[in-house]
Design a protein around this ligand. Structure first.
Ligand code: SF4
Ligand code: ZN
Length: 328
């Protein structure tokens, strides 16, 4: 097999493009895809301060590598979820990456800052561990970006993540969620811009990039992944992809070109500051504060309001900002 660009020996085959690349050309192609995503969606300017959500996994570290190599001002934010050895190893790998690259890294520990960790939340609250995990990430990243004066939050969501999310939302015709699934969520009142520069690249491609760049990342899966519904949609997409290479990209990138405009007529709900933490929310209290209060057995607001909140908690209430961070 020969490299499509330079005719040297190829090491990776991309079936959906019907092409193969040598290590150097693959790295170039990968970076070009990220650059295309950034340009096409006007994700950020060269001088913007980027807060990158890093988990220690291949996607976020590969993205950090690409952004730093391209000269962007990308600072990492690692959120400690308190998932035993898995979190310990993730934190260590992330810290080492930042040290070797001379990159700035912020660390927020969920238990230290907010009084709970993800396994406890899964056991105590009405939501699954993954739901609280995703909610906490969205909340903490936005809050840290606002408080730190960042222009944009970037995450390592790849094509597989996005196709799986779109499939899940489509199967249930969650049109509101479909309308907001985008590689770019613009700045809104109290919401920092969110971008997904890896959305054109598959999981296999980010793993190959991380490997070829010698990036040490956490290969072990989160022990709580069994509760992650997105995983089942990924498996379904992968099984179709095996027999029809390119389906995943056609599904998600096709949605961006042709499907998204059809759903865009939906209006966003008005946001106001949460009465507990002042982060934007469509209701009195934000979803994070409600979940946290339930996990810790605390009360929010006055007794009559509490009854209302408890009723709301039993429903699947997501914040207006539907940026999923639950599978990086
Ligand atoms: Fe969080 Fe992902 Fe683990 Fe679920 S599988 S708890 S979303 S890290
Ligand atoms: Zn709040």
């Amino acid at each position: 097999m020969k490299c499509k660009r330079c005719r040297d020996v190829a090491v990776i085959e991309i079936r959906r493009h019907n092409s193969a690349y040598c290590p150097a050309c693959f790295i170039t192609v990968f970076r070009n895809q990220v650059a295309t995503a950034i340009d096409r969606w006007e994700m950020f300017a060269p001088d913007d301060r980027i807060l990158l959500a890093v988990s220690g996994g291949k996607d976020s570290l590969a993205l950090w590598d690409v952004l730093l190599e391209a000269g962007y001002r990308a600072e990492g934010l690692y959120l400690g979820l308190g998932i035993g050895e898995y979190s310990d190893r993730s934190a260590e790998v992330t810290r080492r990456f930042a040290e070797t690259r001379g990159a700035a890294l912020r660390v927020v520990d969920l238990r230290d800052e907010y009084g709970f960790d993800v396994p406890t939340a899964g056991a105590k609250g009405s939501r699954s561990a993954c739901a609280v995990c995703g909610l906490s990430k969205r909340y903490v990243f936005n809050r840290a970006a606002l408080e730190g004066g960042f222009d944009v939050v970037a995450t390592g969501h790849n094509l597989d993540d996005e196709a799986a999310t779109l499939l899940g939302n489509t199967l249930r015709w969650q049109t509101e969620y479909i309308a907001r699934q985008s590689p770019l969520l613009p700045t809104a009142e109290g919401m920092v811009r969110k971008v997904k520069p890896l959305h054109r690249l598959s999981e296999l491609e980010t793993a190959a990039y991380a490997f070829l760049r010698g990036i040490d990342y956490v290969v072990q899966e989160c022990p709580l992944v069994g509760g992650n519904t997105q995983l089942r949609y990924k498996e379904a997409m992968n099984s179709i992809e095996r027999t029809s290479p390119g389906t995943k990209a056609q599904f998600f990138l096709g949605y961006l070109d042709r499907g998204m405009p059809l759903f865009r007529t939906q209006e966003r709900p008005e946001l106001q500051p949460c009465e507990q933490c002042e982060q934007p929310t469509p209701g009195r209290f934000c979803a994070f504060c409600r979940a946290r209060a339930q996990i810790l057995g605390e009360r929010l607001g006055e007794p009559p309001a509490d009854r209302e909140i408890v009723r709301e908690l039993s429903e699947e209430v997501l914040p207006a900002e539907l940026y999923r961070v639950d599978a990086t």
